[in-house]
Design a protein around this ligand. Structure first.
Ligand SMILES: [Zn+2]
Length: 326
């Protein structure tokens, strides 16, 4: 037997406060692709990102509605187990998936609606500029609760891409979740472009950035400019620490930083930060087990940020804001 030591158990305190604030909110995920790292695919796990991207293409094309349903259902059960009370998930709506993920998502929402609030975000995985991609984007945008995208999928036509996404969301009176600045390189300026466009379209309070890690690769003065723009646009940022802890080693000179969303700085500038698990047991993140606490802890540790009140908001009310829950 040891003597009782009066130490501060931060995990216990934070988990208790999360419960008191309505439970965890997972503000970013791709449940239609989770649990797709099979023994066969794992052999390819060390391939380059582009090749993995193609692998996902095969998965998208070949999966049945039932297989997609099982992935979403298993992911939702993992969330419910952890007292996650609300979650979003992107679903691919593309010329190769067609409406399979929509059908699976509807069925999953119905099956789990008494246990967890789920909102779906359509993902035009190959961009929105080509006609056939645009057509399926329209289908996805009609179905989805929130309009989603990855700005880079239409590179170098990022502005045009954002125009289409924001215009569609405005017409349909829906929020936007957009993957931005995720490569941890200083030349990415997607967050500030999105902030500027958000103001241009009068979409303040309706736009959420996902990742935003490249902001930290830029000098302080530039970062602060980005934060000011985001604040003006009333944007929210979702951090997914585990999913980008593997940011590549690089020879590019930048201010010393890590590959985690600078949540402490964003918060200081009045921009709400939420948290998500992103990829779950797939070919990009074969070991990501979707543990909300691990993600939150990593966010705190990587930013040396232990402001308990703000951290609890990240795990709860900021996520609800990002989901458009009043
Ligand atoms: Zn994502």
């Amino acid at each position: 037997m040891t003597n009782k030591i009066d130490y501060l158990n931060l995990k216990e305190i934070i988990l208790q406060k999360i419960k008191e604030n309505g439970g965890w909110v997972n503000a970013h995920a791709h449940f239609d692709r989770s649990y797709t790292v099979t023994p066969e695919l794992f052999k390819l796990v060390n391939k380059k990102r582009d090749q993995k991207w193609l692998l996902n293409k095969d998965i998208r094309k070949n999966s049945t509605v039932d297989q997609i349903y099982d992935r979403i259902a298993k992911s939702l059960e993992l969330m419910i187990e952890q007292d996650v009370t609300a979650t979003v998930s992107f679903i691919d709506v593309t010329p190769d998936v067609k409406d399979k993920a929509i059908k699976a998502a509807e069925k999953a929402r119905d099956a789990y609606k008494s246990q967890i609030l789920i909102k779906y975000i359509c993902l035009p995985t190959y961009g929105v500029l080509k006609k056939e991609n645009r057509d399926w984007f329209e289908v996805g945008a009609d179905f989805a609760d929130i309009i989603g995208s990855t700005v880079k999928t239409d590179s170098p036509h990022e502005e045009e891409h954002i125009d289409i996404i924001l215009k569609t969301a405005k017409e349909k009176n829906k929020m936007v979740h957009m993957h931005v600045d995720e490569l941890n390189i200083p030349e990415e300026h997607e967050t500030e472009l999105l902030a500027r466009k958000t103001i241009e379209y009068g979409m303040e309070e309706k736009v959420v950035g996902i990742h935003g890690i490249s902001i930290a690769a830029r000098p302080r003065k530039e970062r602060e400019e980005v934060y000011k723009q985001m604040k003006k646009a009333k944007m929210i940022m979702v951090a997914n620490p585990m999913s980008w802890i593997d940011g590549w080693r690089s020879e590019v000179m930048t201010p010393t930083h890590n590959s985690i969303t600078p949540a402490d700085e964003l918060t200081k500038f009045g921009i709400p930060v939420a948290i998500g698990i992103d990829n779950l047991y797939d070919i990009f993140k074969p070991m990501n087990d979707g543990n909300m606490w691990n993600d939150l802890r990593l966010l705190m540790e990587a930013n040396r940020w232990f402001d308990i009140e703000e951290i609890v908001k990240v795990a709860t009310i900021n996520g609800r804001k990002a989901m458009g829950i009043k």
